[in-house]
Design a protein around this ligand. Structure first.
Ligand code: PLP
Length: 454
């Protein structure tokens, strides 16, 4: 059949990201054929709720005709042009304007790339260029956190704080210090309060700054709510503490909003949700609902001026991509942000997100569930073998993989991060669809529990 020949062609030609290749050859791909709203369908017609919005990224659902039309209109008019050497085009200008309008007031300038990884590599190079321009070439080190995800290219992969992204690739390749992950449930000490945990992490950051020398620390980068590392909301007061340190030691604060941005937490941006002001904001994924590859770096006038005022002396900012500000991607981005506004999807994420968090909180009583956490329309259940001691299952990841597979059997696509089950449905999800998602998740957990030895 056509489907068998597709599967055969897949296993004989493709190397899939993050996939055990030999296991994949034996099992074959799940070929996703079409989408509708929060649902996707495989080529056998099986329906799944896309509980992760693809890769945390499809805000408007999987069949938005307005994005198709926006892409077609731009394709017909000007399918490609670049933005090097003063060349420009309307969609990239209009989207830049829109991003400056939507993001915090101090962010006034925009640089486009095609992916979050490229955007974070660009941030590294922009900050390094700026500090060279300002005559402080030693100020180059980044502060990041363990379990952070900032991408997989050589620089952004260095900022990422997950062992499997470093170990086999000789990373980090840039100067970076990874601080303790701000996840109270896992990294709080026995008897420590959440406030004391926050204070300890902020003190640790200051100690590292002083140890390295503030004149060598360029920037602190963080996801307001860490997503790919396990959906980890920060403890109370954390961002205020980090922001104060950045101001004290003249360190740029970078909010990686690649997943948080455009309403995911029920606020416009994660930095707005947690009440801090970054110097640089990185956006991608939901910027186009991932219908087209696009990322944006939105940054302050002070950074822009440091670059602009010194170019004549040190040379132009020699950085950019063939597809920087791609007209079709930026046209789709503009239309996507218009839909998010018109349908008040940020408000929907707050309202329907509250229903999701309330329903998931009921799983706290489930024998497998150690912690339920999240904000707005992003959430996770961490599965443990002993709720009292928080002891993980051994080996880590086996129960998570079982939950992932059981989810598929129950028509629900989730992400398993070790033994944490992550959810991040499209922002268009309705209250009744949340209840259906939660019902499928409940059946999934019961199926996993039934597979475990007593
Ligand atoms: N930053 C964050 C917070 C992410 O979650 C991701 C991807 O998941 C990236 C950066 C990298 O984006 P990309 O996969 O488009 O390179």
């Amino acid at each position: 059949s056509a489907s068998n020949s597709l599967a055969h062609a897949d296993i004989t030609t493709l190397l899939h990201p993050y996939t055990d290749a030999r296991a994949h050859e034996a099992k074959g791909p799940i070929v996703i054929d079409r989408g509708k709203g929060i649902y996707v369908y495989d080529d056998s017609g099986k329906e799944y709720i896309e509980g992760l919005a693809g890769l945390w990224s499809v805000a408007v659902g999987f069949d938005e005709p307005r994005l198709v039309e926006a892409a077609a209109r731009q394709m017909a008019k000007l399918p490609y042009y670049h933005t090097f050497s003063s060349k420009s085009h309307e969609p990239s200008i209009r989207l830049a304007e829109k991003l400056v309008e939507m993001t915090p007031e101090n962010l006034t300038r925009v640089f486009f790339t095609s992916s979050g990884s490229e955007a974070n590599d660009t941030v590294v190079k922009m900050v390094w260029y700026m500090n060279n321009a300002l005559g402080r070439p030693r100020k180059k080190t980044f502060l990041a956190r363990t379990k952070a995800y900032h991408g997989i290219t050589v620089a952004s992969g260095s900022l990422t704080g997950l062992p499997n992204n470093h170990r086999d690739f000789d990373l980090p390749a840039i100067p970076v210090r990874h601080l303790t992950c701000p996840h109270f449930y896992r990294f709080g000490l026995p008897g420590e309060s959440e406030a004391a945990f926050t204070a300890r992490l902020v003190a640790e950051a200051e100690q590292v700054i002083l140890e390295e020398g503030p004149e060598t620390i360029a920037a602190f980068i963080g996801e307001p709510l860490m997503a790919a590392g396990g959906v980890l909301p920060p403890p109370e007061g954390y961002w205020q503490g980090i922001e104060a340190l950045c101001r004290k030691y003249d360190i740029l604060l970078v909010a990686d909003e690649v997943i948080n941005g455009f309403g995911r937490l029920g606020s416009s941006f994660g930095c707005v949700h947690y009440g801090f002001t970054p110097d640089i904001l990185v956006a991608s994924k939901q910027i186009t609902s991932s219908y087209m590859p696009l990322a944006a770096i939105v940054f302050s006038e002070a950074i822009y001026n440091a670059i602009a005022d010194n170019t004549a002396r040190i040379g132009t900012f020699g950085h950019g991509f063939t597809a920087s500000g791609h007209p079709v991607a930026t046209a789709v981005g503009l239309e996507n942000l218009a839909i998010i506004e018109e349908k008040d999807l940020v408000g929907n994420a707050a309202r329907v997100g509250a229903v999701l968090q309330r329903e998931l909180a009921r799983f706290a009583d489930h024998p497998l569930v150690g912690e339920v956490r999240g904000a707005g329309l992003i959430a996770a259940l961490e599965l443990v073998s002993d709720k009292a001691t928080k002891a993980p299952f051994a080996p880590i990841g086996k129960v998570g993989a079982a939950a992932y597979a059981a989810g598929h059997a129950n028509g629900l696509i989730v992400r398993a991060i070790g033994d944490t089950v992550a959810l991040c449905p499209p922002l268009v999800i309705t209250e009744s669809q949340v209840l259906e998602l939660v019902a499928r998740l409940g059946r999934t957990l019961d199926d996993v529990a039934a597979q475990l030895p007593d």
